[in-house]
Design a protein around this ligand. Structure first.
Ligand code: ZN
Ligand code: ZN
Length: 300
């Protein structure tokens, strides 16, 4: 199952890379044909998408590696490091865009409303829209929030490109050429925003933040419903490392219970938890009733 998921992720990353390269080529042509700074910024946003897809491809392969003696918890966090690399690229792209926008604002340059350039840019956006729609649908099908997030990010690119095109047409028809530079700066701001989201997500992963409250509630319910024979469960701790979820807790049983029976309860809870959340690593610490805290999860 894990390998099936990985191969889907690898195929998607390859697809995103191919679409990204094609869109980049089209957008670069549109920027060159019109001489517009806003369309140039839009093309730079595509460079970020290509880098993202390439780094994601490497990260997906690395995170799929099985745990070994030197990395006993596995390679799942590799994807957070890839996000840091992408974050740096985004910062560089934003700096280049802001510099161009500034120089274009103080000394407006003329640009041509080249019909071929505009048409090519529309084609590039259509391609992005189709791929984004497909990613969102696949994300829903595969229950992968990461895929859906990629799709939604690409959809915002489509919207920003359409906005840029509208502005470029407006700038050309009204003769207010500074609008081109203002639009470029706006593209820079949206790129920075997506970079911030990416870095925030990685920091959450690297800092071992607990799983979402909704998931935690589900985990507690499963433990409570399947710990028959035990007294209580407490000190539950969760964290997410890429696709892998780590769950730990203490399970209080009667001190006289045999190791065999206590282990049986643990195995039953583990099996039910694995059914609910895929890719879970569960550690249960068994304790006698003198260690009960009379809090946490009371067994039904
Ligand atoms: Zn305890
Ligand atoms: Zn065991």
């Amino acid at each position: 199952m894990a390998t099936g998921r990985t191969s889907v992720a690898v195929k998607v990353a390859f697809g995103s890379l191919a679409v990204g390269l094609l869109v980049l080529a089209l957008k670069a042509f549109a920027a060159w044909a019109t001489g517009s700074i806003a369309l140039y910024s839009d093309a730079l946003e595509s460079v970020v998408n290509v880098v993202t897809a390439a780094v994601a491809l490497a990260a997906v392969r690395l995170s799929a590696r099985p745990a070994d003696a030197s990395l006993p918890y596995g390679y799942h966090k590799a994807e957070y490091f890839s996000a840091v690399i992408i974050g740096i690229f985004i910062a560089v792209a934003a700096i280049v865009i802001f510099r161009e926008a500034y120089s274009g604002f103080v000394a407006p340059r003329g640009f041509r409303l080249d019909p071929t350039g505009v048409a090519v840019s529309i084609v590039a956006s259509a391609l992005n829209a189709v791929w984004a729609y497909w990613l969102i649908r696949l994300g829903r099908q595969e229950k992968s929030p990461a895929l859906s997030a990629d799709g939604r990010h690409l959809m915002t690119d489509v919207v920003s490109t359409l906005g840029v095109l509208l502005g470029v047409v407006l700038a050309a028809t009204t003769g207010w050429t500074q609008l081109d530079a203002i639009l470029a700066a706006l593209v820079g701001v949206t790129i920075l925003w997506s970079g911030w989201q990416l870095i925030r997500h990685s920091v959450i992963g690297l800092m071992d933040v607990a799983v979402e409250p909704r998931t935690l509630t589900l985990i507690r319910e499963i433990i409570s419903a399947n710990a028959e024979g035990a007294i209580e469960a407490h000190d539950i701790r969760t964290r997410q490392a890429g696709k892998m979820m780590f769950i730990e807790f203490h399970l209080v049983v009667h001190g006289a219970m045999s190791v065999e029976t206590a282990h049986g309860i643990c195995d039953r809870i583990e099996a039910k938890l694995r059914e609910a959340v895929d890719s879970a690593q569960i550690t249960i610490h068994v304790e006698p009733e003198s260690k009960a805290k009379h809090s946490g999860i009371v067994v039904l």
